[in-house]
Design a protein around this ligand. Sequence first.
Ligand SMILES: Cc1cc2nc3c(=O)[nH]c(=O)nc-3n(C[C@H](O)[C@H](O)[C@H](O)COP(=O)(O)OP(=O)(O)OC[C@H]3O[C@@H](n4cnc5c(N)ncnc54)[C@H](O)[C@@H]3O)c2cc1C
Length: 501
Amino acid sequence: MNANDNLIKDKMDRRKFSRNMLLAGLTVPAINLTSFKNADQQGFYEEESKKLPVREFDVVIAGGGTAGVVAAIASARQGVKTALIEAKGYPGGTVVEGGTALHSFFNLWKAFPGVQKRQVVRGIPQEIIDRLLLVRGTSGHSEMLSNYDYDSVCTSIDTEMYKLVVFEMMSEAGVSIFVNSLVSGAVRKGSSIEGVIVQSRAGRELFKAKCFVDSTAYGDLAAYAGAAFVELNDQPVCNSMGIGNVDIDKLSDYLKSKNALGQLALGLRDGKEGQIVRMGSEGTGGPGTLFPVEFVDGMRKLGSGLITTTVHDNYMMFIKINYKMAVSPTNRDEVAKAELLIRQNQYKTIELFRKYLPGCEKAFIARTSPSLNIRRGRTITCDYDITSSDVLEGKHFEDDIMAYGFHDSAPRLKVKNGGTYGIPYKALRVKDIDNLLVAGMLITSNHDAHMSTRNTVSCMGQGQGAGTAAALCAAKNCGTRNLPYSELRQKLEKDGVYFES
Ligand SMILES: Cc1cc2nc3c(=O)[nH]c(=O)nc-3n(C[C@H](O)[C@H](O)[C@H](O)COP(=O)(O)OP(=O)(O)OC[C@H]3O[C@@H](n4cnc5c(N)ncnc54)[C@H](O)[C@@H]3O)c2cc1C
């Protein structure tokens, strides 16, 4: 044998080895989570006191995600000096990392024959969709053709275009945008926050403001400022991946043949109308589906789902890999284990897709979230905690900042008669702190109520309410409880927010 023969043999052996490993399902060794252990804390170190540079604003928004970007735009448009502090290098948060069907701009009219179709979230959230349309970054508001007692409309987005569009919109509104900057502490003065500590490569700084919005999802700012909170740990965490090189139409034909095309919506895809933009089956092994048993078992073990959206011919915008942690995802060391485990499960999922799903033979992982996505971290105690009966009975309040009608547990739980409920201003005011509002997944402690309020379009609407209120408080130099509701309502209506009471 010459050197070349050796090389060929070596390649063949490696191929054979990989194939055998693949057949044995062993391409990724299982990790022993208990042996994955970070060193324990050993004592304390007392930091020297140090003078920090100070920046002053009217409003500081902590967290530039789903709610935070809308809050920042709303605040800056009121003409007050607004800063947004975002830990990552881009804005968008979970809306560009979790699921990408934005639930929901509309009431659930299709599930209630005779009920009128209404777009119940408008204002800045709708402006974002309008801007996405210009860059082929959304399917538009596409009606669901089946399973519409879950949602009547699917609005799919391109995650990368969303990041760009909201970045531009904040910049145009005059927001001072601090990305790659972490809110790492808060300075309290009596019942108010004086400033937040911001950590970046520039060092540590104090950002002062008259009013603050915590839209970090985890409630970091509120917790650092001493607000009360609960950590219910009632939801799995996830890392949601984008999958490239997929033949969407071939895959949907296969799902149909297996009685598994549960959700379906047609809309704009790569500039063409009437294309599949939402598809998939609720629970891969759901009743009546005809998938191979090995596929169903594999998906179940990996916590993988088979519902997706797309706005491109050859791309699945997200496939979720879920994992229920034993403790809250605010626990850094336990999260490290989950981050590794979920990435292994992503790889195993793509292997299953290649093997069992026609249209996915050459699929690959094109995007993952930079860190795992949470459905709930801390829930911050506010002046009012929205209940599940408020949501399901469609209650409106004397201080609504928006109307909303989607419930993620539908068809089991739905807002009465395809109507809406209101999110009240008092549900955004952090208890016992005079100048702090919250917006996003960190409100609403009740599980069933949270399954509605946490969804993207609700968070976006809350962002507009919180950002506008914070700006008005700053301009009037008043605390969040001294802002006359009539002024807030007038501004929100002027800025396109829709109300039902
Ligand atoms: C896996 C998954 C799938 C989902 N699927 C859907 C779906 O299909 N449709 C739907 O409508 N909803 C879905 N949801 C729910 C919805 O996406 C979220 O509840 C919502 O996007 C949360 O918005 P938010 O503004 O509260 O938080 P986020 O959008 O997560 O924003 C928080 C931002 O704060 C930043 N941040 C955090 N801490 C700090 C700090 N200390 N300093 C500075 N910045 C910080 C983060 O980087 C992030 O950008 C899903 C959620 C998950 C987790």
